[in-house]
Design a protein around this ligand. Sequence first.
Ligand code: HEM
Length: 436
Amino acid sequence: MDSVSRPPTPDGAPLLGHGLAFARDPWTAMREWAEEGDVVYLRFPGRSQHMVTAPELIQRVLVERDDEFTVSRVQQRTFEGVEENGVAATTGDRWKRLRRALQPAFARDGVRSYGDRMAERTADHVDRWDDGDRIDLLAEMRSLTLRVLCDTLLGVDVAGDEHVVHDAADALVAKTDFRRVGQLFPDWVPTPTDRRFDRAVGEMDDFVASVLADASPGEESVAGVLLAARERGDVSTAEVEDNLAGLLLAGHDSTAVTLTYAWYELSRHPEARRRLVEEVESVLDGDLPGTEEFDALSRTHDAVRETLRLYPPAFAVNRQATEPTTLGGYDLPAGAQLMLPQWVVHRDGRFWDDPDAFDPTRWGRDDDRPEYAYFPFSGGPRHCIGMRFARLELVVALATMADRVDLDVSVDGDLTFTPSLSLRPDNDVYATVRRD
Ligand code: HEM
């Protein structure tokens, strides 16, 4: 197809362009813009974006022509100060080297062996709740997923220091909230959010340094794998530190929000909850789930899949063109910024019946949709390195919880989300614990 210069541009405000609608309600705005084309051109203060919502074009960018695109400037800037030497913030040969150094910690069999411990940690956590307790669900899930991550993959003793990681995660979310007015200022104008971020990251750096001081190269953990890579001369000390910090943050927040939304939806859909509990009781028969039961828990898998469809923790993947290229018949200059929003594609009525409804049973029915109509973990060589770990944890944790408690979830007002690194709810989400 011959290319034409620029994709359609939805109406925007005179000065702030599409930034105004995005700041007011990004979730509605992105879906409305997508109605104008598979690729649309958007203007935000100080930058422009091409939003791409056709699955085959997303696949082209992430998989088939991934050499023409790299992670965006926005993403690289996001991690400045906290993990600029981490795998998520780097590009080119440096990214390849870091990804290769980390890969042994994420090998399939190694990750699957964590199943039993994930279930034990979840059971310990849940067993502290009494019938009738009212819990802050997101806070509880964040505490649980951080413990699980540290006790398994990372090999980090986080007891007593949880608040350091949580503060750093909160500061990063606040800093990257796209609605924040401070985002419009140049970097050298420090805002209170920037100062809070610097403080929290400083404490996190101290914590990471203390963890590494106690770890040994070759230990079966990310810390051990990274230290062994440093001994071989494959990575520097700064890269070891930043990757551990990056995994502490990336490895718990997204799983915590997913479990929170899973319970939110299960609480509103008694039939889906009943089907899940029925499966869990028959597969587990009173035991904890482990690696063997993982495959048999198909309804639990479907509930997790459906939650990640409706509430993709990374609401969009970012890329930028490394060279002048074309996409969907449009010219893209080198440096063009691309937004590939799971939020929009996962709720697109062209691929999903009743797209806003929570229906885990759909996963047993429709499978004739394009592959990239669903990509919560992104795709191609740069897909989420923690995908297997996250899937295992989500299924094991949800099954363990569902076998022990029921949660009645309540939210003040309509559920809305923070447009930031992970799709956190803006609202407080509470749950009342029910035991038989
Ligand atoms: C529900 C849970 C999770 C979701 C939905 C998720 C999603 C994503 C997405 C969409 C990306 C961007 C990939 C790209 O740019 O193409 C990503 C990257 C990444 N994720 Fe996850 N993630 C999850 C859990 C985890 C966990 C548990 C870990 C670690 C233990 C992790 C570590 C990372 C890292 C290090 C990257 C950067 C990879 C790279 O640039 O090579 N994530 N994740």
